[in-house]
Write a protein of this length. Structure first.
Lengths: 797, 167
């Protein structure tokens, strides 16, 4: 076997192994698969945001051509199917648990949002199922709806759930209110801001799909699904919904076309096709239309917040007080309760030495699609609030916005740094990322560019955000104490084959992140095996022992660490085999670049020789060692990881149309050790694109009747190529101190850092109009109205 | 049921279709060419783009019966029989212009048509404008634009080999 060249190991921009199949049309996404004898499901969804179901007549539909069955919520409940479980329990201020109303797979007595599934038709073809669904007659008693949080919390509001009085899911808080109030009492200046974090629709390019299959001969069920975490789906669906033991249920998430959080959750359709497959003894396939995705994939963000920052006369932050309403939608999606609490309020120290923080969060049920984690999940909301507030504070104190940030940065000598909101940051260098970003963005030369733009009739602005996030989730004991109903370790198996090639089995899941390449690089680097001889297997509970999946930028920090741990075990065992073969003591065996060597001699064995000996144990320490060379490790992280950095946006606004264009964007991120710079850069660019989308383009809009107006790609504005600037990406590395790779995570930084940088730039561009804040998305209409509302005053001045 | 005869990736097929059958359904379900994807239902995303008689077409809004006698090329038909990738495919790989891969087939087919119809060469701005009919949610387009800019040099014979991406 060849010893690997250094170019394939850690730090190399290796071209991706997965690309060949995607570029030649040979990817295998769920909808690309067909099973023998497959039937098709179509789901009838509620057209009303809130209605009582008086009755459902499925007779006409059942008699339609090709129809095999029509099932309603009653059919599933009678068969003992459970509701969709919630994976995280948050507690109220008084210690009582949150309201956790039932979430039936198909609606029972009521529908609670447009798109709520009501019945399913299974037919020989998809078109037949769809035709028949139109023939189902549902007798609805339409009820008044609570479309937004203000309506839902108002006295006398329509009540969504019996078990959630006042439509309140929880009323939670963190921090010491008395200490914070005292800080405000002695403040020199208080900066206050009310702001909305706009609701977003994730829109991974691949619509969700699922195929259920039942084998009567063995009693086994198989589910193919568009999931970021097949083991979690197996656990939740098997244990809570369909009551199928894990040993009888295999969940496969094959190639998945993007997720961004929206494919973490256990969705109704997964249970429906699996259950229907058992009932009909036919494989059952369901694929969402994009219109269905809009009303059935979990949405993201949707906060309304009041935030106040207390400062002393030198601009040092004394305290932060935050009150947030967070929309849960109509039901609790799998991880929804933890997003606006433990992934949000715990980040409110940001990169600053704020000594006292208090945050209270009310989570509210409304007649809208459930809301859960979307790229960044809580951290973009915290960052947007903080970084907007820093600019407002700068404006109101007259201190330069860069200087104000610098005065409050946690110094690089202060790590580990304990914040007042539970987290302990392990490493970082906030001055360094800021310096590097300002230089790359030519911050110093901006005023000349502003003046030049002015001569062209354009309003130019520049904005900065210095953000931090917590990822690599998470230490199981910590999240358990905070209400998580799962451990958040990861699992990795390293299987060295007899001739020295390697299969990696990982519980992480790749849906665009390039794991097949990055994880192979880890093996190349540590075991010296060329990446062409490393196979990475993921997304199949029938192959991978266990796993918690991919979200929260955890794959490398947690999943990669599990692999490192497993490789350490491989090396330890290999050393014992080598010691036997080389007639040396184990302590004298060194392993480097694929070779076991007796220290100080030229006696050596390659990994392939060792693995061959392990599988053909003719000359082998069989009394003390088992044959074979395969090791599994569970890695439970010691802490979160804390990527941080600085993003700078430069925008130009056309005052005639209100259109904002991002003309320059610079990202300098500290994501810890970089395994594949090309992939990291791509992850940051993609995240920044979604962040710019949130800031300028993307608005989820419900009308006053609870109908989703932005319910298609014609109405919901996703960034296109000509909406975005070239994005300059660089990294500045401080290593994570508590995982073996020193990695932090890069998948979400773009979506976290970009929105406040863009809005700060927009506000800067509009400063002559007396603007303090602009809500997202800063659409042309919104900007045009601001400009025109303020024009007369300007003229008068 | 109507009968349609069409040539797909050089191979002639005669198939019966329902009048409402879409070209993308014929490709994916009847011919099992699943490289062409469906990402939306409003003709916005471009994941379904194929070439029909040399033009890029959204196969999700084309009826199969409209393609009687047509020459269709899909992502599966781009590489040479020996497996050599089309310069556009090669450029997407070299410039990391794909992540999840779902929009990629449509993106590559649109990009090839865009470059072929513009032998004079395209600026970065023109490439961005030319991609208006294709959505990508992963990459932010930055690397897609770079890949197309590099591929056009090879496709128009201005370079023999693809320029390597900066490390």
């Amino acid at each position: 076997m060849n010893v690997v060249t250094p170019f394939e190991g850690i730090g190399a921009s290796v071209r991706r192994k997965e690309d060949l199949r995607f570029l030649s049309g040979r990817g295998q996404y769920t909808d690309d698969l067909n099973r023998p004898g497959q039937a098709y499901a179509w789901i009838l969804r509620s057209p009303h945001p809130h209605a009582r179901i008086r009755g459902i007549d499925t007779g006409a539909a059942a008699a339609m051509p090709g129809v095999l069955a029509v099932f309603t919520g009653k059919d599933m409940a009678e068969a003992g199917v459970g509701g969709l479980p919630c994976g995280w329990q948050v507690h109220n201020k008084d210690g009582s648990p949150m309201a956790e109303p039932p979430h039936p797979v198909l609606a029972l007595d009521k529908v609670r949002h447009v798109g709520d599934p009501v019945a399913v038709v299974v037919a020989e073809t998809r078109a037949q199922a769809r035709d028949a669904a139109e023939a189902i007659a549902v007798d609805y008693e339409v009820l008044p709806a609570a479309v937004n949080m203000a309506q839902a919390l108002a006295p006398g509001a329509p009540q969504l759930h019996e078990g959630a009085p006042g439509n309140l899911c929880y009323d939670w808080h963190i921090g010491d209110k008395a200490v914070v109030d005292a800080a405000f009492a002695r403040a020199h200046k208080v900066a206050r801001l009310e702001l909305v974090n706009n609701r977003l629709i994730p829109n991974a390019m691949e619509p969700r799909a699922a195929i259920g299959e039942y084998d009567r001969g063995t009693g086994d069920y198989t589910l193919w699904t568009t999931s970021q975490n097949p083991h979690v789906i197996r656990l939740l669906m098997g244990a809570y919904v369909l009551h199928i033991p894990e040993s009888r249920l295999r969940v496969i998430a094959p190639d998945v076309g993007g997720g961004f959080g929206s494919k973490i959750y256990h969705y109704a359709e997964e249970a429906i096709v699996t259950w229907a497959a058992g009932r009909l003894e036919r494989p059952v396939k369901w694929t969402a239309d994009r219109s269905e995705s809009f009303v059935s994939d979990a949405h993201g963000r949707d906060h309304v917040t009041t935030a106040e920052l207390a400062l002393d006369q030198d601009g040092k932050i004394l305290g932060l007080r935050v009150s947030t309403l967070a929309n849960m939608g109509a039901y609790l999606s799998t991880f929804a309760p933890c997003i606006p609490t433990y992934l949000y309020a715990t980040l409110l120290a940001g990169v600053y030495t704020t000594p006292a923080i208090y945050c209270e969060v009310k989570a509210v049920f409304t007649n809208t699609v459930p809301v859960d984690a979307y790229r960044g999940a809580g951290r973009p909301e915290a960052t947007f609030l903080l970084e907007r507030l820093m600019d407002v504070a700068a404006m109101e104190t007259g201190i330069d916005r860069i200087e104000l940030r610098r005065r409050n940065f946690i110094g690089s000598e202060q790590f580990p740094y304990q914040t007042p909101v539970a987290l302990q940051y392990d490493s970082g260098n906030y001055h360094a990322t800021l310096d590097q970003a300002l230089k790359a963005a030519d911050w110093a030369g901006f005023e000349a560019r502003r003046a030049e733009a002015r001569r062209r009739g354009k309003l130019r602005g520049i904005g900065v955000s210095t953000y931090i996030e917590a990822c690599g989730i998470a230490p199981s004991a910590v999240v358990g104490s905070l209400g998580a109903r799962a451990g958040l370790y990861e699992v990795g198996t390293i299987r060295v084959h007899p001739t020295g090639s390697v299969t990696v089995l990982t519980g992480a899941h790749s849906h665009g992140q390039g794991h097949e390449t990055t994880f192979a690089q880890l093996v190349a680097d540590k075991l010296g095996v060329p990446i062409a001889q490393v196979e990475v297997v993921h997304g199949d509970t029938g192959k991978v022992p266990f796993g918690m999946g991919t979200y929260g930028s955890r794959s490398l920090a947690v999943g990669g660490s599990a692999m490192v741990k497993a490789m350490d075990k491989i090396i330890a065992k290999g050393k014992r085999i080598a010691a036997h073969l080389l007639e040396a003591s184990v302590e004298d065996i060194e392993f480097e670049r694929g070779e076991f060597r007796v220290a100080g001699t030229d006696k050596k064995k390659t990994l392939a020789e060792i693995s061959l000996a392990a599988y053909v144990p003719h000359n082998y320490p069989i009394e003390e060692l088992e044959p074979g060379l395969e090791e599994t490790a569970f890695y439970d992280p010691k802490n979160f990881t804390f990527p941080a950095g600085c993003h700078v946006a430069e925008v130009e606004i056309d005052p005639e149309t209100g259109r904002t264009q991002v003309v320059n964007f610079t990202a300098v991120d500290d994501v810890g050790r970089v395994i594949n710079p090309m992939i990291v850069e791509g992850q940051v660019q993609g995240g920044v694109a979604q962040g710019i989308g949130q800031a300028l383009l993307e608005a989820c809009v419900y009308d006053e009747n609870g109908q989703l107006l932005s319910g298609s790609m014609m109405d919901y504005t996703m960034p296109r190529a000509d909406d975005l600037p070239p994005v300059g990406v660089a990294t500045h590395t401080t290593l994570c101190t508590h995982n073996p790779l020193g990695v932090k995570g890069c998948g979400e930084v773009g979506a976290i850092g970009a929105p406040p940088a863009v809005i700060n730039a927009v506000v800067d561009a509009l400063k002559e109009y007396g603007v303090r804040h602009v809500e997202m998305p800063a659409t042309p209409e919104r900007i045009w109205r601001i400009i025109n509302a303020n024009r007369p005053r300007m003229a008068a001045e | 049921m109507p009968q349609v005869t069409l040539t797909v990736n050089g191979k002639k097929h005669t198939v019966e279709v329902e009048p409402r059958t879409l070209l993308v359904e014929l490709l994916r379900e009847t011919l099992r060419l699943t490289g062409t994807h469906v990402g939306c239902d409003t003709s916005q995303c471009g994941a379904c783009v194929v070439h029909v008689n040399g033009d890029s077409v959204k196969s999700c809004t084309t009826l199969a019966v409209m393609c009687d006698g047509a020459e269709v090329t899909t992502i599966e038909g781009l590489a040479r029989p020996d497996g050599t990738l089309h310069p556009m495919q090669e450029a997407f790989r070299e410039y990391h212009a794909l992540q999840c891969g779902f929009c990629t087939p449509g993106m590559v087919m649109s990009a090839i048509d865009l470059v072929q119809k513009n032998p004079q060469g395209l600026s970065e701005e023109e490439i961005r404008h030319g991609l208006e009919g294709n959505l990508c949610r992963c990459t932010g387009y930055h690397n897609i634009v770079k890949a197309i800019a590099a591929a056009q040099e090879v496709m128009h014979g201005r370079r023999k080999e693809l320029a390597r991406a900066a490390e």
